[in-house]
Design a protein around this ligand. Structure first.
Ligand code: HEM
Length: 490
């Protein structure tokens, strides 16, 4: 009898929840999907399994959207409805119109990022974006290149330990580079001086992103009461606390040292981002900690993933690598030297190679947004308030409508000719909430890859990457084989 009552109550609850979102449910029916939506869990079953399975599900729904004339598809994760979009024109409109992230996503991210701008609701995001944007102006970026160049030379030196040997993963080398550069340019700390903390921080940071992504894609772990019983919950708290404490220490120390400098009338002219923010009137310690955390999180893994995929692609395409090397020699001459800011504009083919890599292997393969009002897309499909969007970067980047029948091929030449649909190339997302650090990222990647190729020839790891690179999803898209290459000193 008790069981019967429980079952009836569950059914009533389920029907009530569906009734609350009846407009969203009705609108989702006009969008074709090739995948069966199960009662209660919807399409969540597609995301069960390994991170590679999750990425396969993202690919499947993206290709499904490409198949539909409207260039959209849909998926349901329990009571959350997502319209998957691979149409450049629609993405352009939607990324301007809808700036909020789905509430479910920022519910989780708030645990670590607080009100940090990456996931914050609009009223908090807007003034922070306004405050941060000038920090990424041309003058500051040009100053940062000195740091990219210095750290790239250190990276090249570190790689001597593995050059001439077996295949190895570039991932730990590249994340150390990106973390060191962002910590120096954003926070003004030289991590190589505090190796121990650095390792602890790096490990905590990496674990946090892996564990955090697991929950996002498993709706049955959404309810706090269930998640608290899961072993991930404890780990997430532990790693989150380490990351948070690290940044808090840095911000507090910097605030003190800035006060001391002011008292001694120091003549410093070059500032890192934290120092620049500390000089503006309106910065609370809470806001500084949150935004510094956002910068480190947003900049480190994304750039390391972009660089690592580029290294693997260069190993797969020696003729492309040869052209990159020739260009570098033309620009810097025969003798190896640190890359200078004036070199970057001339490394056009290298830039095309990085862009083509980001097209085929975007570090962030999907961008999610919340729909706060009804909107009809150029294709005639109407999205209603209360639903969500997945702007499929993977899908837009491989849509033959924009990239031609060879959309799946690696061909950097398309970025030299420049005759592509700009709005179909969105590795850094687009619209007012797109990536704040895209110019920073491109400069950092160009400096680092140019320095690498100047010193080494990259060779393909034996028996790997004979076909397309196998990819997995844990917030970022990474290589299943962990970015293996071989290096030969030039
Ligand atoms: C290859 C490297 C990178 C890629 C692929 C990338 C990609 C992205 C993407 C897709 C977003 C989400 C935008 C959206 O929701 O529409 C984002 C946001 C952001 N990125 Fe990047 N990013 C990279 C590097 C960086 C770097 C180096 C920095 C800073 C130094 C940075 C800072 C940010 C910030 C602050 C945001 C939040 C923007 C906002 O909500 O206002 N990113 N990035």
């Amino acid at each position: 009898m008790l069981w019967q009552i429980i079952i009836i109550l569950c059914i009533l609850w389920y029907l009530l929840e569906l009734w609350k979102i009846r407009r969203v449910v009705a609108a989702s029916r006009q969008i074709k999907s090739s995948f069966i939506s199960l009662p209660l869990i919807g399409h969540s079953y597609m995301f069960i399994g390994s991170n590679e399975d999750r990425m396969t599900a993202i690919k499947k729904v993206s290709y499904d959207a490409m198949k539909n004339a409207s260039n959209v598809s849909n998926i349901r994760m329990a009571f959350e409805f997502y319209t998957v979009v691979v149409d450049a024109e629609a993405i352009d409109i939607l990324s301007k119109e809808f700036l909020n992230k789905p509430p479910m996503l920022y519910r989780f991210s708030r645990k670590l990022l607080g009100d940090g701008s990456l996931m914050a609701p609009l009223n908090i995001w807007r003034p922070r974006r306004k405050l941060l944007a000038p920090m990424f102006g041309q003058k500051n970026l040009l100053n940062f290149v000195k740091e990219f160049s210095k750290q790239s030379m250190i990276l090249a030196q570190n790689l001597q330990s593995v050059a001439g040997g077996e295949a190895f993963s570039v991932w730990p080398f590249f994340t150390t580079y990106t973390l060191d550069t962002v910590c120096e340019t954003a926070l003004g700390i030289q991590l190589d001086k505090q190796i121990q903390k650095h390792e602890e921080f790096r490990e905590a940071f990496e674990e946090y992103t892996v564990i955090g992504s697991r929950r996002m894609l498993k709706p049955w772990l959404y309810p706090g009461a269930i998640y608290r019983l899961h072993p991930d919950c404890k780990k997430l708290k532990k790693y989150g606390a380490t990351v948070n404490q690290f940044i808090t220490d840095v911000v507090e120390k910097k605030r003190l040292s800035m006060q001391e400098k002011r008292q001694t009338d120091s003549e410093q002219t070059n500032y890192n981002i934290l120092e620049m923010l500390l000089q503006t009137a309106d910065t609370s310690t809470k806001m500084l900690i949150e935004e510094m955390l956002v910068l480190v999180l947003a900049a480190t893994d994304t750039s390391a993933v972009g660089a690592s995929f580029t290294a693997v692609m260069l190993s797969k395409y020696p003729e492309v690598q040869k052209k990159v090397y020739e260009e570098i020699r033309t620009v810097i001459g025969e003798k190896n030297r640190p890359i200078e800011v004036s070199d970057l504009a001339h490394l056009k083919y290298l830039e095309a190679v990085i862009k083509e890599t980001l097209r085929l292997y975007p570090p962030v393969p999907i961008v999610a947004r919340a729909v706060h009002k009804d909107i009809t897309l150029p294709s005639g499909v109407t999205l209603v308030k209360g639903s969500n969007l997945i702007l499929s970067v993977w899908g837009a980047h491989r849509n033959p409508e924009y990239w031609g029948e060879d959309a799946e091929e690696f061909n950097p030449g398309r970025f030299i000719k420049g005759n592509y649909t700009q709005s179909a190339f969105i590795p850094f997302s687009c619209g007012p909430r797109g990536c704040l650090g895209y110019k920073y990222a491109m400069m950092s990647l160009k400096t680092m890859i140019a320095t690498l190729i100047m010193h080494y020839e990259i060779l393909q790891a034996p028996n790997l990457y004979t076909g397309p690179i196998r990819v997995q999803y844990n917030i970022m898209m990474k290589d299943v084989d962990n970015f293996q290459i071989k290096l030969k000193l030039r």
